[in-house]
Ligand binder design. Structure first.
Ligand code: SF4
Length: 218
């Protein structure tokens, strides 16, 4: 989708773009499949849904405001510009991912207000890493260092802690922590996946009872 500073488009994805990693059912058993850890589940959408339908536990990822997937979906609301789309009634909006940096907090404020505070949808702030120093508007908050596999301009731990303090009490979370960008030290996706399944179950029960009550109405 041409989102600025995307690690997938920037040639820093952890594997080749030509050959998607599609785990076998045996490999996926007892695990949650993160569909489109790169690229976008709404692109080549029918192919993505078809190739993943058989996984018992999976969630989709998109930066396009279309949420009708057969499972939970994570929506990046500001891949290009901020789009505050209403959550689907099916309850399958797992969380809203908000691209964050230390000079875009008005945008993050708006997303946290709209999703987390007003609609109870979890928000997760993803602090962007930059290839080019020219993209960093507050250099005092960033340092050149390795994140997982590649080197980038990354937010300094103290700047991340300062930004997250701004959202204290809202429920907003960060992707990774100030001391680690590894999923094993965070596990938001895992926890929010199970929480989303609970929301989907409640939404489906509610839809069922609404239908029953409407049928019985004179
Ligand atoms: S588990 Fe945490 S670090 Fe990993 S992608 Fe999810 S939010 Fe980010």
């Amino acid at each position: 989708m041409g989102c600025a500073e995307c690690f997938y488009n920037g040639g820093r994805f952890y594997r080749t773009l030509e050959e998607p990693l599609v785990p076998s059912l045996q490999e996926a058993m007892g695990r949650i499949v993160r569909v489109n850890s790169g690229h976008d589940s709404n692109l080549q959408r029918e192919g993505v849904i078809g190739a993943t339908r058989h996984y018992p536990d999976k969630f989709y990822n998109t930066s396009i405001a279309r949420f009708d997937f057969p499972g939970p979906v994570v929506y990046t609301c500001n891949g290009r510009r901020l789009v505050l789309a209403e959550p689907p009634p099916a309850g399958n909006l797992m969380f809203v991912r908000v691209r964050a940096c230390t000079w875009s907090l008005d945008e993050v404020d708006a997303a946290v207000e709209f999703y987390q505070k007003k609609r109870g949808i979890p928000t997760v702030l993803t602090f962007m890493r930059y290839y080019s120093r020219d993209a960093v508007q507050r250099p005092e908050d960033y340092e050149w260092r390795k994140s997982v596999l590649n080197d980038y301009w990354c937010i300094r731990p103290e700047a991340m802690t300062r930004v997250m303090a701004r959202y204290k009490g809202t429920g907003a979370r960060s992707c990774g922590t100030a001391s680690s960008s590894l999923c094993i030290d965070c596990r938001n996706c895992e926890m929010l996946y199970w929480e989303c399944l609970g929301r989907m179950k409640r939404a489906s029960k509610e839809a069922y009872w609404n239908k029953q009550l409407n049928c019985k109405a004179p």
